[in-house]
Design a protein around this ligand. Structure first.
Ligand code: SAH
Ligand code: SF4
Ligand code: F3S
Length: 472
């Protein structure tokens, strides 16, 4: 039954037999998942993976528009691909994702890189096989930025991991934070049917997946547009009951929509991990108002107080932006103070980047680039101290890790994540990817921890331990 939901309605012509593809992905987890869907569709069309762009018949770039830098990287990459195209006339180049969804940007890309075959936005994803087939033969870029995307249910997915899966619950965003391009390129909120999400989570568990991460720009508004009587707290409580899954995570939460019921479900959940990513963006009420975030600094601090009370071991991470247009030194000081009051485990920090078409892009922005960088440095330096202080308190503790696989920097080490989403490296000769292990934390750094594996006692089941990883 589950299989019908994910595979049944999809049909595509076998235009890729004997051909190879590669997808280069920018941006957030929503884009990583879209890449898995695009890969799923390409493989249904007969394509198989290429190891490098030089080896591919089809190169697809899945773009991000959230700041200027990822957009510039795409332009640089397309400049380099021009040479490959000159050498191999049969090469098909496609550009998809958030950058291409903006009509002016799509037109500009087509003008600057006329050798590109297809430029398509996020809404076009379900019709990708058809537009790719059309675009291959055309002499100039085919542009598809139409917003009538149709349903995304039932598209094939080629997952990049065999134990962790992304599971979208809601697409789009209605919040229109004044700086943000996402609502412009991802459209209005569309929640997936409750029963489809639950069925998909069950079939993932049955297929051996141990961890799922629920995705949405604002998962807390799940259900608002469906009127089925279910909200995100209901969904999470239902998924927590699925046998076979060990860990459930979700991204992203908006502070204005995080309900007391959700905090309750998190505190009672067995598989719901003790980690919450809760973007604060700024510490000044004046700036939060200009950002259209619709909460105050006081409300935010109250919320994390309630979370820490309900889920004592919870790790909190956040996103913060410096140099929003008009941010004064005093406003910035309030963001600095927020670090000390909130004591985040980790913060992702950004310099504000004006996005054409957003409300904030019209505000005067007189601060120099050097001053903006200097604010970012001060923020990062303070947060790094706090992250290190918090990580040091973990030394000597025994924690449950879900192993992701060999460490990227040292093949003699394995890397895993705690339930609180902290990265831990430990020595192990065998590849333990997808297993649960126990380690003792032996060293603390700003961005990761070092650990020593505790060998399981004879008779215990080594990959099913842990307080709440166990079913039932
Ligand atoms: N939907 C999520 C993530 C949005 S994008 C959320 O609401 O939290 C991820 C982060 O990028 C944001 O949290 C914000 O900190 C940052 N960001 C978004 N637009 C930006 C811009 N114009 N300039 C700099 N950073 C931005
Ligand atoms: Fe952007 Fe705000 Fe929506 Fe997040 S909630 S995607 S920051 S508009
Ligand atoms: Fe970027 Fe689009 Fe995600 S703009 S951050 S890839 S939703």
């Amino acid at each position: 039954m589950e299989k019908d939901l994910t595979e049944a309605s999809f049909r595509a012509d076998l235009i890729g037999e004997g051909k190879k593809y590669i997808i280069i992905t920018f941006g957030c987890q929503a884009n990583e998942f879209d890449t898995e869907v695009l890969a799923g569709m390409l493989e249904s069309m007969g394509y198989c993976t290429a190891s490098a762009p030089e080896d591919a018949d089809l190169i697809l770039i899945n773009t991000c528009a959230v700041r200027r830098k990822p957009e510039e990287k795409v332009a640089g990459m397309l400049g380099r691909l021009r040479k490959l195209k000159e050498k191999n006339d049969g090469l098909v180049i496609a550009v998809g994702g958030c950058m291409s969804q903006q009509p002016a940007v799509a037109a500009d890309l087509a003008r600057r890189f006329p050798f590109v075959n297809l430029i398509f936005g996020t809404h076009a994803l379900p019709r990708f096989p058809q537009i790719l087939a059309q675009a291959r033969g055309a002499g100039r870029p085919l542009i598809d930025v139409a917003e009538n995307g149709g349903s995304r249910e039932g598209l094939p997915v080629r997952r990049s991991s065999s134990f962790h899966a992304w599971l979208p619950v809601i697409y789009g965003c209605n919040n229109y934070c004044s700086y943000c391009i996402v609502p412009h390129v991802r459209g209005r909120e569309r929640s997936r049917p409750f029963k489809n999400i639950v069925a998909e989570a069950r079939s993932l568990a049955a297929a051996g997946y141990k961890e799922i991460t629920l995705l949405g720009q604002n998962v807390n508004s799940y259900g608002n547009d469906r009127k089925e009587g279910y909200d995100f707290a209901d969904l999470l409580a239902e998924l927590d009951r699925i046998e076979g899954l060990w860990r459930i995570r979700f991204l992203t939460s908006h502070p204005k929509d995080l309900s007391p019921r959700l905090i309750g479900v998190m505190s009672r959940g067995k598989k719901i991990c003790e980690h919450l990513h809760l973007p604060a963006q700024a510490g000044s009420n004046r700036i939060l108002k200009m950002m259209n975030r619709r909460y105050t600094r006081e409300k935010y601090l109250e919320l994390i107080g309630a979370l820490r009370e309900a889920v004592p071991r919870i790790a909190l991470t956040t996103d913060l932006m410096v140099a929003f247009p008009g941010e004064s030194e005093a406003d910035f000081g309030e963001t600095m103070d927020l670090l000390d009051e909130a004591r985040f485990d980790q913060a992702y920090t950004f310099i504000y980047s004006p996005r054409p078409g957003t409300a904030a892009a019209r505000i005067d922005d007189p601060l120099s680039a050097a001053d903006k960088r200097e604010r970012l440095q001060r923020l990062v330096r303070r947060q790094n101290q706090i992250s290190l202080e918090i990580n040091r308190t973990l030394v000597g503790q025994t924690v449950e890790l879900m192993v992701e696989g060999r460490s990227k920097s040292d093949p003699a080490m394995q890397s895993g994540r705690t339930r609180t989403n902290k990265l831990v490296h430990f020595a192990a000769s065998a590849d333990l990817g997808g297993k649960l292990v126990e380690v003792e934390i032996t060293g603390a750094f700003t961005w990761y921890l070092a650990g020593k594996r505790i060998e399981p006692l004879p008779g215990s089941v080594p990959d099913r331990m842990g307080r709440s990883g166990r079913d039932g």
